[in-house]
Design a protein around this ligand. Structure first.
Ligand code: ACM
Length: 708
């Protein structure tokens, strides 16, 4: 008994030491499968000597190792005696040893594991192959820390491998063209968080964004001149390859094809002429009417009944199969409501003749024809979940995106589809264009707990109806890092506060590496402020968040066409602000700590923040330029001041041991309701935290938010 007690005490004190060590942990994201932190620091000095133990021709590992080495060099500012790492044999006495036992290219399902050990002797990264080694190098880069004496890597023992083999990011380059430099920065950020698939949505109604030599009118007439040449795409594929990332192209068919028909109207199921542009414009403010219109409107759709159409598709896909080395090709197949087909008598006759009972059967027929073309080209088909059905070949991967709840019929549960034999990718709950905070993506309930071998993983998805080259980085990052962690780290790692504590560090790392998610926001605020002091506008913008769900998109669609089309400038506050506010998270943590412990240091921090917000409205209103910039969100500004005054008063009361009088609480309740209303597609994102102060109890954050 005594022994057991002793053992218990021992374990408790070990846990305490571990917890202490943990607070000095580097902000790793995605967090490794297993990490043991041991007291001790390996100091980085100019004597650091690295040895790259791998195949001499391993260009992937060599490029990554040098990039990370230079990253460490840049961060520390130390002149390393060794300028470059050359792949080859072990250098005796090297303090940083990077070992890849086999040269490898990225393929889905490969071994991406590595181990990383840091102790007094140095740093050793060991992987079965080049790709595992480059994943480990990213961990190493995030482990570089700083204290009063300088830079170090904490002693550690890390054993790591991904939970899922497919950790993707989809970028729609059609609605708004997203140029190469932006895609490259996204690829760099993906590599940092160990994502491995960039899915490019290359064609849609608004633009055909890839050069076709066999059918040149596709890009010539189907775009506004903004498309990737084949040479450019080859360069991008090579850039991604060196970072262990595969580019998977999507050519969305049979719907979402208006841009195809600009050059090849004969492929359409209704006569042209066609020009690239949105499928529809919504004229109503009512969401239900808008959804009904989308579900039933005839939109440009390929005619699936004609052999000459399949000849053209075959020609194009065969050309693309050579351009893109990935073994996967995405054919879209989403959101075809069948209305265009039902309006064409020839198509209806075809369906009758073939005994097809509905347009889903006709779509299944279309998909089966494309499947044959892809098989001939040795490509594995992927499609959005609308292509799923009993007749679908079992080697077609189904990408889920439709939220449960009825606005569209889903293909079914991910594990049921996986159980039935088709590989599955999850994007439901990972749509970054829906403006959900990172914690919502992080605890995405659409990702089943048990990992079925057919569940390959998932993809963050960024559509670009209301995102463009200037704001897309702020839209995707840093939230995609939380998704990357969900797809890499064990399911048991799910505490949102722990995630947020690391997310903003990773965000700073991405900023330092050149990603423009933060700088685009900052420059957007400066632009809006005109000649006024941008810091006043920034103080307010820092606690605003874009309106969540499809509400933002729908409100744009129902604006005059001049504003709704994809040339409209995306320059309002709702376009430029990030979704997650670091100031809000810090304030929330402080409120939580203050309410539970009355910590005077936290109280002081909270008061400083509240006073800043309280006086900010007057600062904004004093300057004409700022008044103009803030006019669409003046209500938020005013409410932030009022809320902050209430927060300060609540703290005074709390510290005197009393609570808010009933009458005052009643009027504050009205203020909380008022302050939660949206203005100009933005919401004030700090109401719950101030309400928590007033009610002397931390209010939980919603587990989900409505989409409409
Ligand atoms: C989709 O969002 N239509 C795949």
């Amino acid at each position: 008994m005594l022994l057991r007690k002793l053992l218990f005490v021992c374990i408790c004190s070990m846990t305490a030491i571990y917890a202490l060590a943990q607070s000095n942990e580097p902000a790793l994201m995605p967090y490794p499968e297993r990490a043991t932190w041991v007291a001790g620091k390996y100091r980085i000095t100019d004597r650091l000597q690295a040895s790259l133990v791998c195949d001499q021709k391993d260009d992937i590992l060599s490029a990554s190792a040098n990039r990370v080495f230079q990253g460490i060099n840049r961060k520390t500012g130390i002149y390393f005696r060794q300028a470059m790492l050359t792949p080859g044999k072990d250098i005796p006495g090297a303090s940083l040893r990077i070992i890849a036992r086999q040269k490898a290219e990225f393929t889905r399902g490969m071994d991406e594991s590595y181990t990383l050990r840091v102790n007094a002797e140095g740093i050793q990264l060991d992987a079965a192959n080049s790709i595992g080694a480059i994943r480990g190098l990213e961990t190493l880069q995030q482990m570089l820390m700083q204290d009063a004496e300088g830079f170090y890597v904490p002693f550690a023992d890390i054993v790591d491998k991904p939970r899922y083999s497919w950790r993707g990011l989809m970028i729609d380059v059609s609605r708004h063209f997203i140029p190469l430099d932006v895609l490259k920065r996204n690829i760099d950020a993906m590599a940092t968080v160990k994502m491995n698939v960039l899915h490019l949505h290359l064609t849609d109604d608004e633009g055909f964004r890839i050069e076709s030599k066999s059918m040149p009118q596709l890009h010539q007439k189907g775009s506004d001149g903004q498309y990737f040449t084949q040479e450019e795409m080859k360069g991008l594929i090579a850039y991604a390859r060196l970072r262990g990332i595969m580019i998977v192209p999507e050519f969305d068919m049979p719907g979402h094809t208006r841009s195809w028909f600009a050059g090849y109207p004969e492929m359409a199921s209704a006569p042209g002429p066609y020009t690239p542009g949105p499928r529809f414009t919504l004229s109503d403010k009512d969401t239900a009417i808008n959804i009904a219109a989308i579900m039933s409107a005839p939109t440009p759709t390929i005619d699936p009944t004609r052999e000459d159409v399949y000849k053209l598709i075959d020609k194009f896909l065969t050309e693309m199969a050579t351009l893109f080395p990935s073994p996967y090709m995405h054919i879209g197949a989403d959101e075809n409501n069948g209305a265009a087909w039902r309006q064409n008598p020839k198509i209806k006759a075809f369906m009758e003749q073939k005994g097809m009972k509905d347009t889903h059967s006709l779509q299944a027929y279309f998909v089966s024809r494309l499947y044959t073309i892809l098989r001939k080209n040795k490509k594995t088909m992927i499609g959005w979940e609308e292509l799923y059905g009993p007749e679908l070949a079992k080697d077609v991967t189904v990408q889920k995106w439709i939220p449960e709840g009825g606005f569209m019929k889903t293909a079914g549960k991910a594990d049921a589809i996986a159980e039935g034999g088709n590989p599955v990718l999850i994007s439901t709950g990972f749509y970054t264009d829906l403006f959900m905070p990172a914690y919502i993506h992080y605890n995405n309930p659409n990702l089943p707990d048990a990992v079925h071998p057919n569940l390959w993983g998932g993809e963050a998805a960024q559509w670009t109806e209301i995102a463009d080259a200037r704001n897309i980085e702020t839209r995707i990052w840093p939230r995609a890092a939380a998704i990357a962690e969900r797809l890499w780290s064990p399911a048991s790692r799910k505490d949102p506060e722990d995630m947020y504590n690391r997310l903003f560090s990773v965000s700073r790392q991405l900023d330092e590496q050149g990603l423009q998610h933060t700088s685009a926001y900052e420059s957007g605020v400066r632009r809006l402020a005109g000649n006024g002091d941008p810091s006043a506008l920034r103080t307010l913008a820092d606690v605003l968040t874009p309106l969540k769900g499809y509400k933002n998109l729908f409100s744009r669609f129902s604006q005059p066409a001049r504003l709704a089309n994809n040339r409209a400038p995306l320059v309002s506050l709702c376009d430029i602000i990030p979704v997650d506010s670091e100031i809000k998270r810090r304030f929330r943590n402080n409120v939580a700590a203050y309410l539970s412990s009355r910590d005077p240091a936290k109280a002081a921090e909270i008061r400083i923040q509240l006073r800043t917000w309280e006086s900010n409205h007057a600062r904004l209103m004093r300057d004409a330029s700022l008044r103009h910039a803030a006019s669409p969100i003046a209500k938020h500004s005013e409410n932030l001041s009022k809320l902050s005054a209430a927060g300060l008063r609540a703290m005074d009361l709390l510290e005197k041991g009393s609570t808010m009088p009933e009458e005052e609480m009643k009027s504050l309740q009205l203020l909380f309701t008022e302050a939660r209303k949206q203005s100009a597609e933005t919401e004030l994102d700090i109401v719950g935290e101030i309400e928590s102060l007033v009610k002397q109890k931390l209010l939980p954050e919603p587990a989900q938010y409505p989409l409409f």
